[in-house]
Design a protein around this ligand. Structure first.
Ligand code: ATP
Length: 206
């Protein structure tokens, strides 16, 4: 199967969380318009995404929720899950480790890295923090495929190259410094300040 558009992958992740929630309420089937309502998008969008992954429901009952959850899992996850490294154990890095620990995804943060001696050789929510010098060694040993950058923005570019050279395949950049794309690495930017300023713009007194 060709790679899906990234917006579709984002929505599949959202569908799965909503669908799991419905399953836990004892619901077995769901219509596209119900999913659409839960996520504030259009039913056409939902049907298009679900068609893209080769699934269809029945006219009378809609989609079988468990089947759809399983299929999304096959598309998004790997059987053994993927391992993540967090670089920069400041407030953001620590928050990330604690947050993901409780989400029950197939993604697992297995190592943290920093350069500050006060942060190193300590454990945060069961995640050990190593000196940055050991990044390549640990990435290789653990088979880490994803890196999250939570250093100050000035260090982000160096961290990208360090992670790439170590063999990491995907990066989530949590610093406000946008990074340029690199061959062979999937890069996702998440800038909290941009998101927050967007909200602020729409609500500012006029
Ligand atoms: P704290 O006050 O606990 O350091 P913070 O969130 O204010 O928290 P930042 O200055 O944003 O910290 O830095 C985030 C983390 O990134 C810190 O733990 C810092 O030691 C680390 N850091 C800074 N430069 C680098 C670098 N080049 N490589 C790896 N980690 C770095």
């Amino acid at each position: 199967m060709n790679l899906l558009p990234d917006k579709t992958v984002e929505r599949l992740s959202q569908y799965r969380r909503s669908l799991n929630n419905q399953l836990s309420k004892g619901k077995t089937h769901i219509f596209s318009h119900e999913i659409a309502n839960l996520l504030h998008i259009t039913p056409v969008q939902v049907r298009r995404d679900i068609m893209l992954i080769g699934y269809s429901g029945t006219l009378r009952k809609g989609y079988n929720i468990q089947e759809l959850v399983d299929l999304i899992g096959k598309i998004i996850d790997t059987d053994e899950g993927q391992k993540i490294a967090v670089v920069g154990m400041g407030n953001l890095g620590k928050a990330f480790i604690h947050y993901l620990d409780e989400r029950g995804t197939k993604l697992r943060i297995v190592a943290a890295f920093d350069i500050n001696p006060e942060k190193i050789d300590k454990t945060y929510a069961d995640v050990y923090c190593f000196h940055l010098d050991r990044l390549a060694e640990i990435v290789h040993k653990e088979g880490i495929t994803i890196g999250i950058i939570t250093t100050p923005p000035e260090a982000a570019r160096d961290m990208k190259f360090l992670l790439r050279d170590a063999g990491v395949k995907g990066i989530l950049n949590f610093t406000p410094k946008p990074l340029s794309e690199e061959e062979g690495i999937y890069l996702e930017e998440y800038d909290m300040i941009t998101s927050l300023e967007k909200v602020a713009y729409f609500v500012k007194p006029r």
